[in-house]
Design a protein around this ligand. Structure first.
Ligand code: 6PG
Length: 241
């Protein structure tokens, strides 16, 4: 299965295009289902995209009252931590638009990790019902080919009977919560936002290399699921164009 590549000159134009894609997907989902459920990526790349969504024209055109926000992964830290993915998204975007507070559903990084994963899975089942389909899953990619917190050679890569799992990331010496690969693949649409030259090698391996998802976990999504869009800047796309 081939993902759709959307290549833009730089990180700023790439963020703009991804924001437009999210806005268009939101409008279609709201028209079709009466709501839009989106999972957000963490890390640093999406910050600019989130800031754009808090400004005109997106801030004025998306029906925020019908949007539901969840997260693809979270560091096991309090939301006050500078490492918190939900903190970053709230400060860059969500605190500036009128999404009802009860429709913004961050993972709880302060619970014991396994408990946090179980609680979030229950939250998602209450929101989505048993079919568990997101309208859009927004993802980033690390320079090691991980996505969400699906890191290379971690046990979570083999989890198939959960939507959310805890994962200990040895190289970071930290616990994380993450959506699992099967749950992500079940999304109606998936969009990766990847910028910067340091991602070029991983992107080449993920897209063109041998299928070895234990080493390049993003392959569990990109090589397996149709309706996957890659928003890339030129620097990240040098080896896959
Ligand atoms: C996280 C993210 C993670 C991120 C990649 C890329 O919690 O860190 O969810 O999967 O998307 O690590 O991070 P950057 O955008 O900072 O390069």
């Amino acid at each position: 299965m081939e993902p759709q590549l959307h290549i833009h000159p730089d990180a700023s134009s790439n963020s703009q295009a991804a924001a437009q894609f999210l806005a268009d997907t939101a409008q279609q989902a709201i028209q079709k289902n009466g709501r839009f459920v989106v999972s957000l990526a963490g890390g640093s790349t999406p910050k600019k995209m989130y800031e754009l969504l808090a400004e005109s024209p997106f801030a004025d055109t998306i029906d925020w009252s019908k949007c539901y926000i969840i997260w693809g992964d979270e560091r096991c830290v309090p939301e006050t931590s500078p490492d918190s993915n939900s903190r970053m998204a709230k400060e860059a975007w969500l605190n500036k638009v009128d999404i009802p507070a009860e429709q913004i559903l961050p993972m709880d990084g302060t619970l014991p990790p396994a408990e946090g994963a179980q609680q979030y899975e229950a939250t998602l089942k209450a929101l989505l019902g048993e079919n568990g389909q997101l309208d859009l899953c927004l993802l980033g990619m690390g320079d090691d080919g991980h996505t969400a917190s699906l890191f290379p050679h971690t046990k979570v890569l083999d989890v198939t009977d959960q939507w959310v799992s805890e994962v200990y990331v040895e190289k970071l010496d930290s616990w994380r919560l993450t959506l699992t690969a099967p749950f992500i693949r079940n999304s109606a649409s998936i969009a990766f936002l990847v910028s910067g030259a340091k991602k070029a090698d991983a992107l080449q391996q993920v897209l063109k290399g041998d299928y070895q998802p234990a080493t390049y976990p993003s392959q569990l999504i990109i090589r397996e699921q149709a309706n996957t869009h890659l928003f890339l800047d030129e620097a990240a796309a040098t080896k896959v164009k």
